[in-house]
Ligand binder design. Structure first.
Ligand SMILES: [Zn+2]
Length: 76
C-alpha cells in the first residue's frame, strides 16, 4: 500500500513538472517572433506580412479562418 502511495505521489509530481514545462513552452512561443511558414497550411507567410505583423504564425487566409473558428468557439 505504501509503495503504491509513493508511486502516486511521484506520478503527481511528474504531471506537475510536465504542466510547468508546457506553460514554459507556451510562454516562450509567445515571446518568439512569428513563423516563416504558415502553421496551418505550410505556405510561406510572406516577407510583407511578417514585416507588418512579426508575430504572425499563419498566412492571411489561415489567420482569417482561425479567427472565424475561434469566434465560433467563443460564441458557443
Ligand atoms: Zn496558411
Amino acid at each position: 500500500m505504501m509503495s503504491e502511495e509513493r508511486g502516486l505521489l511521484r506520478a503527481e509530481e511528474f504531471q506537475r513538472q510536465q504542466d510547468e514545462l508546457k506553460v514554459g513552452r507556451i510562454r516562450s512561443s509567445l515571446v518568439l517572433k512569428g513563423d516563416e511558414f504558415c502553421q496551418d497550411c505550410g505556405e510561406d507567410i510572406g516577407a510583407e506580412r511578417r514585416a507588418a505583423l512579426p508575430s504572425a504564425t499563419r498566412c492571411v487566409d489561415c489567420q482569417g479562418d482561425h479567427e472565424r473558428r475561434s469566434k465560433q468557439v467563443r460564441a458557443l
